[in-house]
Design a binder for this molecule. Structure first.
Ligand SMILES: Cc1cc2nc3c(=O)[nH]c(=O)nc-3n(C[C@H](O)[C@H](O)[C@H](O)COP(=O)(O)O)c2cc1C
Length: 305
């Protein structure tokens, strides 16, 4: 094993390093290829797919804010069948470890998606629970422990032998209670955070900037919120916690590992520098060499309170 050893384990998954792409910020993985070889990353997590194609929202769908980005893409995607037929084989051909991010309108839809993807060669599932449950009044399933438990159970029953990560929304009264519900129902790991509901307005036009009026805030502006919730979850869960939200540098990634994250995901940073994930991997290696660390276990969760 070459030193330092950057590899990490998430349940049965062995990743060569802890750096993954965050869903929705690198398409289906190949868009980054020129700048960021997918096979060099811990894993590529693809744009969320649903059972049928979703059209997404009207434009404008992006607004910049101080240290952040507000997006209202509306989870536009090609649908699972096109993903399995086209995007997945092309990405797997690069030798990348692939996590498929999934989204649905009900636990049944999450179950059906998990079953379909269990028959493919994806390496793991990431389950975005931030979608409204249409059958139950439109409340985001990720907002309550009960909602997360239902979706987690539906995925567990249908995912075959695929490991699965439940991706949590920060928009909840008690993040630890929600994360513990995922753990109790058999999730391999949790990842957090998804975007934070936000809006931008145009004073001159007296109109919202986004056609959808509201969107989700990401980028450096959300990092302190993400760090706090990752620390809370890592301190209370037995399963691995994957941290994300505003990670733009190796130092940011190391901070998440210090508070207990097993691995990290890079999202908005890739929109400003598509090589950000590989630069962060190299930055981790350099820092470990400088500090004399053989592996990341020597840093993980070592925050002194
Ligand atoms: C343009 C855009 C599209 C996104 N699409 C998805 C998605 O399809 N599924 C998902 O779970 N998260 C999606 N996200 C959320 C990110 O994966 C991530 O959780 C969030 O942006 C926080 O990380 P960051 O600050 O590093 O971007 C999206 C974010 C952005 C900016």
């Amino acid at each position: 094993m070459t030193k330092p050893d950057l590899s990490v384990k998430i349940g049965p998954l062995n990743l060569k390093n802890p750096v993954m792409t965050a869903s929705g910020t690198c398409g289906y993985g190949l868009e980054l290829k020129k700048f960021c070889p997918p096979e060099e990353l811990g894993a590529v997590i693809t744009k969320g797919v649903s059972l049928t194609p979703w059209p997404g929202n009207q434009t404008p769908r992006m607004a910049e804010s101080a240290s952040g980005l507000i997006n209202a893409i509306g989870l536009e995607n090609m649908g699972v069948e096109a993903f399995v037929a086209k995007a997945l084989p092309a990405l797997k051909a690069t030798g990348a470890t692939v996590g498929a991010n999934i989204l649905g309108h009900s636990p049944e839809e999450y179950g059906a998606l998990s079953k379909r993807l269990s028959l493919t060669d994806i390496d793991f599932l990431e389950v975005n629970v931030s979608c409204p449950n249409v059958a139950c009044g439109g409340l985001a399933m990720g907002a309550t422990p009960e909602g997360v438990a239902e979706v987690t159970a539906a995925v567990r029953e249908n995912r075959g032998d695929k490991p699965f990560i439940i991706k949590l929304t920060p928009q909840t009264a008690d993040i630890v209670a929600v994360a513990l519900a995922a753990e109790r129902e058999g999730a391999t790991a949790v990842s957090l955070i998804n975007t934070i509901p936000a809006m931008a307005v145009d004073l001159n036009r007296r109109r919202p900037v986004l056609a959808n009026v509201t969107g989700g805030l990401s980028g450096p502006a959300v990092k302190p919120v993400a760090l706090r919730q990752v620390w809370q979850c890592a301190s209370n869960l037995k399963i691995p916690v994957v941290g994300l939200g505003g990670i733009f540098s190796a130092r940011d990634a190391l901070e998440f590992i210090l508070v207990g994250a097993t691995a990290v995901e890079i999202g908005t940073a890739t929109l400003t520098d598509p090589a950000a994930p590989v630069k962060i991997i190299e930055g981790l290696r350099q820092w470990m060499l400088k500090e004399g660390l053989d592996d990341l276990d020597q840093l993980r969760g070592s925050l002194k309170i």
